[in-house]
Design a protein around this ligand. Structure first.
Ligand SMILES: [Zn+2]
Ligand SMILES: [Zn+2]
Length: 284
C-alpha cells in the first residue's frame, strides 16, 4: 500500500534555498518520492511512500513551527505515482504572476456548505484549474475557464464581466489555487468570494458519490486522474473506439504528447498512441 499526500501552506520562508537542502536530505533519507516547491511565500508539495514513510514525513514536517498546522490530503494507491524526489525553489509556489494580498483571500467553505449551496440559484461556481484538468472531471454547472495555465486566470476573469457582488465559489484540486484566485478576485473588487476548503479531494472524500461531482480528479503525477474513492460511471470516451473510459494518458510519442482518453484495449492495439500517424512513428 502506497500513500500519496498533497499539501501546501502559505507562510513566510526566509531562506528557501537553505530549506531546500535540508528538505531534500530529509526526503532522501526517508526514501519517499514526489515534488516539493519552496518559495518565500510557502511550501507546495505532493509525495508518495509507504504508510510508515509518509506518517514519518508528516510528523517531521509538523515539528517545524512554520508548518505545525499544515493540512494533508491523503490518498492511497498501489504503486508510486512519482519516479523520483524533486525539491525546487521558485518565485511562487503556484504561479499567478499578480501582486495579491493572501491575507484577503476568499472565505473558506466546507464540503457540506459547498454542497448545500447548490440550492442557491445565485451561486456562480468557478473552476480555477486548467482546461485539460476539468476535462477529466468537474463540479456540475461550474464555469470552466479555457486556460492552459493558472497565469491566464486573471485575464479570463476580466473577460467574464461578472457583477462585482456576484456570489462566487471557487474550487481546485487541493485548495492552493483558490487561495490566490479568490484573493485576486477580491483585489479586483469582488465582494462575495468563497473557496472550497481542501479542494476536490477533500470534498470527494468527505461526501462520496454525490451527483454534483462528475468524473475523476486530474492529478499532477503519473496517475493523471484519480477516482478519489468515487465509484462512478465514466464520463469520457476512448478517442479510438468511443467506449466509455476515463483513462487519461499522454500519447506514447513524446514529441506529440497529446492528452487523450483511451480504453485499455486500445492502449494495447494502438500501442498507447493518439493516432495512426503516431503509432507508425513508434513502430518505424
Ligand atoms: Zn478504445
Ligand atoms: Zn500522438
Amino acid at each position: 500500500m502506497i500513500k500519496i499526500i498533497l499539501f501546501y501552506k502559505f507562510v513566510e520562508i526566509e531562506n528557501p534555498e537553505e530549506l531546500k537542502k535540508s528538505h531534500m536530505d530529509f526526503c532522501k533519507s526517508l526514501g519517499i518520492k514526489g515534488k516539493v516547491l519552496l518559495a518565500k511565500e510557502g511550501i507546495n508539495g505532493s509525495i508518495s511512500g509507504t504508510e510508515d514513510q509518509i506518517d514519518q514525513y508528516m510528523q517531521e514536517l509538523r515539528k517545524d513551527s512554520r508548518f505545525s498546522d499544515i493540512e494533508f490530503k491523503i490518498e492511497e494507491g498501489l504503486i508510486h505515482p512519482f519516479d523520483k524526489m524533486i525539491v525546487r525553489v521558485r518565485k511562487e509556489i503556484i504561479r499567478l504572476g499578480e501582486e495579491i494580498d493572501l491575507k484577503k483571500a476568499g472565505k473558506y467553505v466546507s464540503p457540506q456548505e459547498f454542497l448545500d449551496s447548490y440550492n442557491d440559484k445565485n451561486m456562480v461556481i468557478i473552476d480555477t484549474r486548467n482546461d485539460y484538468e476539468s476535462k477529466v472531471g468537474k463540479f456540475k454547472s461550474a464555469i470552466i475557464p479555457p486556460i492552459g495555465t493558472f497565469r491566464e486566470f486573471p485575464q479570463f476573469i476580466k473577460g467574464l464581466n461578472l457583477p462585482k457582488d456576484t456570489k462566487i465559489f471557487t474550487y481546485c484540486t487541493g485548495g492552493i489555487r483558490c487561495e490566490k484566485a479568490s484573493a485576486y478576485m477580491i483585489k479586483e473588487g469582488f465582494t462575495n468570494v468563497s473557496q472550497l476548503h481542501g479542494g476536490i479531494i477533500k470534498f470527494c472524500q468527505t461526501i462520496p458519490n454525490t451527483d454534483v461531482w462528475e468524473g475523476q480528479c486530474f492529478v499532477f503525477d503519473n496517475r493523471l486522474s484519480s477516482p478519489i474513492g468515487q465509484d462512478k460511471k465514466q464520463i469520457n470516451n476512448c478517442i479510438h473506439c468511443n467506449t466509455q473510459s476515463d483513462l487519461y494518458r499522454n500519447c506514447k510519442i513524446k514529441t506529440c504528447n497529446k492528452l487523450i482518453f483511451i480504453c485499455n484495449d486500445c492502449r494495447k492495439t494502438m500501442h498507447a498512441c493518439c493516432s495512426d500517424v503516431c503509432m507508425k512513428k513508434l513502430l518505424r
